[in-house]
Design a protein. Structure first.
Lengths: 529, 183, 395
C-alpha cells in the first residue's frame, strides 16, 4: 500500500488515449462514462420511437405508419428504454459513484467491468437489426409483439432468434455488472464504513444487484424456452403440444415485477442522497429507509401475478396477489414520508438536483397512488391494458426512474467534469420537462378510464382530445432533453470551476476528492469515523 | 484488508453469485413443473386432477344434492374435425362416478392428430372435478373420415362447495401434427 | 397528407391549445363510461372510493411537503433542525397506511367474489378471439352445436379504409352516432336485457381480451383455456368494447359491438338467425353451379368483410411485411387444389388461419375465385361449392 502512495497523482493520471483508452479501459470512471453515454444514446433512440407513436396518435387515422410498424414502435420503445436507457444509466452511475462513495480505488473486478459494458453495443445492435431486414423498412420488420413478448404472439414473429440473443447478451451484461457491484460493496469499503454507514445510493444498489442476479437468469430461461418452442419443436407455451400460454406470463412476470424495482430502487437511493444535501439536514430515518428498501425487494417476488388479473385465476390467487401488492404501499409510503420529514424544518435551497428530486417525490407518489388503485382487483378489471396503466408506469418510470437519473447527473456532474454547469440552461431543462411530462402522461389517466386500450395504432374519435394533449406534451418533452445534451457538453468543455465539495450541504466520501475526480482515487483507503 | 485478501474475497463473491445466477437460470425451467403441480393441486386454470378408479369408487356419494354438469367442445380452426359431446348436460350427485362420451370425426381426407386441453369452470369447482379416464391424456389420431367415441369418466368430489350448482367442462382440440408422437 | 389536412391539423392543434385550461375541456370524459351492469356499478363505486382515499393521502403528503418547501427554505432564513429519527412517528406512518389498505381491501374482496360468481346463467355465449375478429356462439341447451347460432363479427371494411387513408375529413364523415368510427362491425352481438348472461371466452390463435367497459368485463381469450365471466345488462342500448390484449397487427381493429334488447326482441332475433343459418347452409350445400361474375362479386365481399382476408393480404392483394402477397402469387395463380387446401386448412406454424370452419362451402368458393381473378390474377377459374366440398375430403 505504501508504495502506491509515493507515486500517486502524477503517474497515475497517465492512461492510453484515443479509441484504445475506451476499448480497453478497466477504470471505473471511464466505464461509468461509457455507460452513461450509451444510456443517453439509447434514450434518444427510444425517445424517437416514442415520438413516432405520439405523432401517429395525434389524430385518428393512420397518417404516418401502418399498424405493424406502430406495434414495432411500442415494442422497441419499451425494450430500448428499459434495457438500453434506464438499466445502463443506473449501472453507469453505480460505476462512477459506488467506488467514490465507499472509498474504493476501483470496482472489484475491473476487467469484467470492461466486458459487461462492451457487450451492450452488440446487444443493442442485435436488438434493432431486424428493423432493417425484410423488403421494405416501413413494413415494420423488427419485434412487434410488445416488450412483454407474450407467447403465442411472439412465436408468430419470424426474426425471433435476434430478439432472444439480444436479451441473452443484455442479461449477461446486467448480471456481470451486478456481480461487480456486489463484490465492490461487500469487499472494497473503506475501513470504518460499516454496512449501516453506507450512503443510501450504495445500499439501494446493493439490493438492486441482488435482484438482478435473482431474476435476469429467469428472463434468460424464459427467452430460451421461447427459442426452443420456435425453432426446436418443444412446446412450453403451445397448447397444441400440451404446453401452456399462461405459463409464459408467470415465468415472464416472475422476472418482470422485480425488474420494475430494479429500475426504481437506485432512484430511491439517488433521491435519498440529494434531499439531505439541499435541505442541509441528515436523512430522516436512515435505517428504516434501508429496511423499507429490503422489504420492497422481498415483496417484489410475490406480487408478479398482479399483472395477470384478467388471465383467469382462482379467486384465492387473486386475493393473495391483491393483498401482497397493496402491502408494498407500506414500505414505499415509509420512504416518501421519510423524504418529506427530511425536508421538514431543513434549510432548503433549490439547485437543479433538488428540483429533480422534489419533482421525483411528487410525481413518483402520484404513480404510486395509481398503483394502489391498480392493485384493487375488481377495479383493475377496468384499468388493465388501458392507458390508465400506461399513465401509471410512465409516472413511476419517467418521473421516477428517469428523473432520478437526471437528478443524479445534475448532482454529480460537477464532480465528474470539474466544472459547474449553466444554471439557466438547467432551469429551462427542468421546467420544460416538468410541464411537458405532465402534459404527456396526466391526460393518459383519463383516456384510460374512458376505456382506450393500450398499444392501439388508431382509436375512436372520443379519445382524440386527450391524445392530442399527450402528443403535444411528448414532443416538448422529447426536444427538451436535447437541452441536457447541450448542457453536459458545455459543462465538459468548461465553466466555473467546481470545488471539491461542490454543494454546500454535501456530505460523503465522493466530496472529499478534488473536482474533477482524478483518474485514480482512494489509492489509500480513507478512514471513516 | 490487504490486496491479496481482497482479491480472494472478490473471487469468492464472483463464484457465489455465479452459482446463484446459474441456479436461478435452472429455477426458470423448474417453474414449468412447479407451475404444473400447483395448477393440478389447486385446480388453477381448469387443470383437474386424475384419480385412480379404485379410489374414486370408495368415495361416499352425497345424495342430498345434485349439480348440473355442462359439456362443451371447441375445435381449433386448424384441426379439420367435428367434435361434440354426446349429451350436453347431466345432473350428478357429488361422489358418483359417471361416464360420458364425446365424438370426434375427421372431416378431411388426410390422417390427422389432435390433442385436447381441458378447462373446468367455475375455478372453485375445478379442484373437485376428478377424472379416472380421459381422452385428453394423450394424442388422438383419426384416419380420413374416421369417427370415434371417446369416454370421459369423472366424479365431482363431495367436498365441492355447496354454492356451486353448475359446473362446466370444456375441451379444446388442437392440431397436434407438429408434435405428433407415435403410439 | 394533403394541404387541407395540414390546415385541419393546425386548426385542431390551435383548438387544443385554446382549450387548455378553459371550461370547455370539461366536456371530455374524465372517468369510466356509465356502468350498465350490477358488477360495473360495484366496480365504479370501488374505483371512486379508492380514488378519493388516494386524493386524501396526496393532500396530506403534498401539503406537508409544499408547506416545508415554502417555509423551510434557506432564503427565508430557515436554519436546519437536527432531528433525523422519531420512532413513534415512524411506527405511526407504517401502521396508518396499513389500516387504510385494509379498509380498501375489504370492499374489494366483496366485489371480487360477486364478480367471479358466474352461476345460474340463463344464456351462455361462447366468445372466441381470432386474429382479428370475434366469433360468437349462442349455446343451445338441446346441445347439438350444429343447432347453435354462431357468427363471426368483423369490423366493416370502410372503417379500415378510412383509417389507413389517414384522412381526417373522411373519418369525420364516416363517424355517426349509430356507427361510430372503428366501432362498427358487420354483425352485432345481440343480447337480452335483465338476464344473467355467461360468457365462455377463449382464443383461437394468440391471446386476445374481451373488454366491454360498461359491463365491467375484461377477460383474456387464451387458446386452450376457457375463461368465464358474466353480465346482466340493465338497460337496452348499444355498447362498445375493444380487444384489450395485444394480438398482432390489427389489434386496434377488432371491436366488440353489443346490442342489448328486450327478451321478446331477443327471441325474435334468435328465430330469424336460425332460419337464416338454415337457408345459408342449404344454399352452400346445393349443387347449383355459380357463374364466375357472381362468385367474384360475393368473394369480393367476403375478402373485404367476413373473411377478413384484406387484414393481412391487403385490399390490393399486395400483402406486407411477414404477410405474403396474393397478386401474382404461386398459390393464387397455381393449381386450384393447393389454393383450396391452403384456405381451408391454413398453414401450420404461420398466422394463416384455417377458414374451413369460419366460412361455408359457397363462401370459400367465392373468396377463392375472387383471389384467383382479382388484381390481374385473371386465371378465369370459377371454383364451385362442390369443389370445396371435395377439397375438404381430398387426401
Amino acid at each position: 500500500m505504501s508504495t502506491t502512495m509515493t507515486h500517486d497523482a502524477g503517474h497515475h493520471e497517465e492512461h492510453p488515449t484515443g479509441i484504445k483508452r475506451w476499448l480497453f479501459t478497466t477504470n471505473h470512471k471511464d466505464i461509468g462514462t461509457l455507460y452513461l453515454w450509451f444510456s443517453f444514446t439509447m434514450f434518444l433512440i427510444g425517445g424517437t420511437f416514442a415520438l413516432v407513436i405520439r405523432a401517429e396518435l395525434f389524430e385518428p387515422g393512420l397518417q404516418i405508419v401502418n399498424p405493424q410498424f406502430f406495434n414495432m414502435m411500442t415494442t422497441m420503445h419499451g425494450l430500448v428504454m428499459i434495457f438500453g436507457a434506464i438499466m445502463p444509466g443506473f449501472v453507469g452511475l453505480a460505476n462512477w459513484q459506488i467506488p467514490l462513495m465507499v472509498g474504493a480505488p476501483d470496482m472489484a473486478l475491473p476487467r469484467m467491468n470492461n466486458w459487461s459494458f462492451w457487450l451492450l453495443p452488440f446487444a443493442a445492435t442485435m436488438l434493432v437489426a431486424p428493423m432493417f431486414m425484410g423488403a421494405h423498412f416501413m413494413d415494420g420488420n423488427g419485434p412487434w409483439f410488445g416488450w412483454t413478448f407474450y407467447a403465442p404472439l411472439s412465436l408468430q414473429y419470424n426474426h425471433l432468434a435476434y430478439f432472444v440473443f439480444a436479451i441473452h447478451l443484455l442479461g449477461i451484461s446486467s448480471i456481470m455488472g451486478a456481480i461487480n457491484i456486489i463484490a465492490t460493496i461487500l469487499n472494497m469499503r473503506a475501513p470504518g464504513m460499516t454496512l449501516m454507514k453506507m450512503p443510501l445510493f450504495v445500499w439501494t444498489w446493493l439490493i438492486t444487484a441482488f435482484l438482478l442476479i435473482a431474476v435476469m437468469p429467469v428472463l434468460a430461461g424464459c427467452v430460451t424456452m421461447l427459442l426452443t418452442d420456435k425453432y426446436f419443436g418443444t412446446s412450453f407455451f403451445n397448447a397444441a403440444g400440451g404446453g401452456d400460454p399462461v405459463l409464459f406470463q408467470h415465468v415472464f412476470w416472475f422476472f418482470g415485477h422485480p425488474e420494475v424495482y430494479i429500475m426504481i430502487l437506485p432512484a430511491f437511493g439517488i433521491v435519498s442522497q440529494i434531499i439531505p444535501t439541499f435541505a442541509r439536514k441528515k436523512l430522516f430515518g436512515y435505517s428504516s429507509m434501508v429496511y423499507a428498501t429490503a422489504s420492497i425487494a422481498f415483496l417484489s417476488f410475490i406480487v408478479w401475478a398482479h399483472h395477470m388479473f384478467t388471465v383467469g385465476m382462482p379467486v384465492a390467487g387473486e386475493l393473495f396477489f391483491m393483498y401482497a401488492t397493496v402491502l408494498i404501499a407500506v414500505p414505499t409510503g415509509v420512504k416518501v414520508f421519510n423524504w418529506v420529514a427530511t425536508m421538514w424544518r431543513g434549510s432548503m435551497t433549490f439547485e437543479p438536483p433538488m428540483l429533480w428530486a422534489i419533482s421525483f417525490v411528487f410525481l413518483f407518489t402520484i404513480g404510486g397512488l395509481s398503483g394502489i388503485m391498480l392493485a384493487v382487483v375488481p377495479a383493475d378489471v377496468q384499468y388493465q391494458d388501458t392507458y390508465f396503466v400506461v399513465a401509471h408506469f410512465h409516472y413511476v418510470l419517467v418521473t421516477g426512474a428517469l428523473f432520478g437519473i437526471i437528478g443524479a447527473v445534475y448532482y454529480w456532474l460537477p464532480k465528474w467534469t470539474g466544472n459547474m454547469y449553466s444554471d439557466k440552461l438547467a432551469k429551462w431543462h427542468f421546467w420544460l420537462s416538468l410541464v411537458s411530462v405532465n402534459l404527456t402522461f396526466f391526460p393518459m389517466h383519463f383516456t384510460g378510464l374512458a376505456g382506450m386500450p393500450r398499444r392501439y395504432a388508431d382509436y375512436p374519435l372520443e379519445f382524440t382530445r386527450f391524445n392530442q394533449w399527450s402528443s403535444v406534451g411528448a414532443f416538448i418533452f422529447g426536444f427538451s432533453q436535447l437541452l441536457l445534451l447541450i448542457l453536459v457538453i458545455k459543462c465538459i468543455r468548461g465553466g466555473q470551476k467546481a470545488t471539491s465539495e461542490v454543494w454546500e450541504g454535501a456530505e460523503g466520501l465522493e466530496w472529499t476528492v478534488p473536482s474533477p475526480a482524478p483518474y485514480h482515487t482512494f489509492a489509500i483507503a480513507p478512514e471513516v469515523k | 484488508m490487504d490486496r491479496e485478501a481482497t482479491r480472494r474475497a472478490n473471487r469468492r463473491v464472483l463464484r457465489n453469485t455465479l452459482v446463484v445466477a446459474a441456479g436461478m437460470f435452472g429455477f426458470g425451467f423448474l417453474l414449468v413443473p412447479i407451475y404444473g403441480a400447483i395448477c393440478t393441486a389447486f385446480g388453477i386454470n381448469g387443470q383437474t386432477a386424475a384419480i385412480e378408479a379404485a379410489q374414486a369408487d370408495k368415495v361416499a356419494v352425497d345424495k342430498s344434492r345434485q349439480v348440473t354438469v355442462q359439456f362443451h367442445a371447441i375445435v381449433n380452426d386448424k384441426l379439420p374435425w367435428a367434435f361434440r359431446p354426446v349429451v350436453s348436460e347431466m345432473k350428478v350427485h357429488p361422489g358418483e362416478v359417471r361416464t360420458i362420451y364425446y365424438t370426434a370425426e375427421n372431416l378431411s381426407g388426410r390422417d390427422s392428430v389432435g390433442q385436447a386441453t381441458h378447462s373446468v369452470t367455475p375455478d372453485k369447482a375445478a379442484v373437485h372435478f376428478k377424472k379416472t379416464e380421459c381422452f385428453c391424456y394423450r394424442q388422438q389420431a383419426l384416419k380420413p373420415g374416421e369417427r370415434k367415441q371417446m369416454p370421459v369418466r369423472f366424479m365431482l368430489h363431495p367436498a365441492l362447495p355447496k354454492d356451486v350448482h353448475e359446473v362446466t367442462l370444456t375441451y379444446t382440440f388442437f392440431n397436434a401434427a407438429a408434435f405428433a408422437v407415435s403410439n | 397528407m394533403s394541404v387541407s389536412n395540414y390546415k385541419k391539423t393546425a386548426r385542431r392543434l390551435l383548438g387544443a391549445a385554446l382549450l387548455l385550461g378553459s371550461g370547455q375541456a370539461l366536456a371530455e370524459r374524465f372517468n369510466f363510461q356509465p356502468p350498465v351492469t350490477p358488477v360495473a356499478h360495484d366496480i365504479y363505486g370501488l374505483h371512486m372510493m379508492t380514488f378519493w382515499i388516494c386524493v386524501a393521502i396526496a393532500i396530506v403528503v403534498f401539503g406537508a411537503m409544499f408547506y416545508s418547501i415554502f417555509k423551510h427554505r434557506k432564503s427565508q432564513g430557515a436554519v436546519a433542525a437536527n432531528f433525523h429519527e422519531n420512532t413513534k412517528l415512524e411506527v405511526l406512518w407504517t401502521i396508518v397506511p396499513f389500516v387504510i389498505l385494509v379498509v380498501v381491501a375489504i370492499p374489494a374482496t366483496k366485489t371480487l367474489l360477486y364478480l367471479e360468481n358466474t352461476s345460474d346463467a340463463a344464456l351462455t355465449v361462447k366468445v372466441t378471439g381470432i386474429q382479428w375478429k370475434w366469433k360468437y356462439e349462442y349455446v343451445d341447451h338441446d346441445n347439438n352445436d350444429a343447432n347453435n347460432v354462431s357468427f363471426i363479427s368483423t369490423i366493416l371494411p370502410d372503417q379500415i379504409a378510412a383509417s389507413s387513408s389517414g384522412n381526417s375529413a373522411r373519418i369525420d364523415k364516416l363517424n355517426t352516432p349509430e356507427h361510430p368510427y372503428l366501432l362498427t362491425v358487420d354483425h352485432d352481438l345481440v343480447l337480452p336485457i335483465n338476464e344473467r348472461i355467461r360468457f365462455l371466452v377463449t382464443g383461437n390463435d394468440v391471446i386476445h381480451s374481451f373488454f366491454i367497459p360498461q359491463f365491467g368485463i375484461k377477460k383474456d381469450a387464451i387458446p386452450g383455456y376457457v375463461n368465464e365471466t358474466w353480465a346482466e345488462i340493465q338497460k337496452p342500448g348499444v355498447y362498445y368494447g375493444q380487444c384489450a390484449e395485444l394480438c398482432g397487427k390489427d389489434h386496434a381493429f377488432m371491436p366488440i359491438v353489443v346490442r342489448a334488447v328486450s327478451k321478446a326482441d331477443f327471441a325474435a332475433w334468435m328465430t330469424k338467425k336460425k332460419a337464416e343459418a338454415v337457408k345459408a347452409a342449404e344454399e352452400a350445400s346445393s349443387n347449383k353451379v355459380w357463374k364466375l361474375a357472381d362468385l367474384i362479386k360475393k368473394g369480393n365481399e367476403i375478402y373485404h368483410g367476413k373473411g377478413g382476408c384484406f387484414g393481412c393480404h391487403g385490399a390490393n392483394g399486395l400483402g406486407g411485411g411477414p404477410f405474403p402477397a396474393l397478386k401474382g402469387s404461386k398459390v393464387a395463380t397455381g393449381p386450384v387444389a393447393k389454393h383450396l387446401h391452403t384456405v381451408i386448412f391454413g398453414v401450420a406454424g404461420t398466422p394463416m388461419q384455417a377458414f374451413g370452419k369460419q366460412l361455408n362451402n359457397l363462401e370459400l368458393a367465392a373468396v377463392i375465385t375472387y383471389e384467383r381473378n382479382a388484381w390481374g390474377n385473371n386465371t378465369g377459374d370459377a371454383v364451385q361449392p362442390k369443389d370445396v366440398a371435395a377439397a375438404r375430403k381430398a387426401p
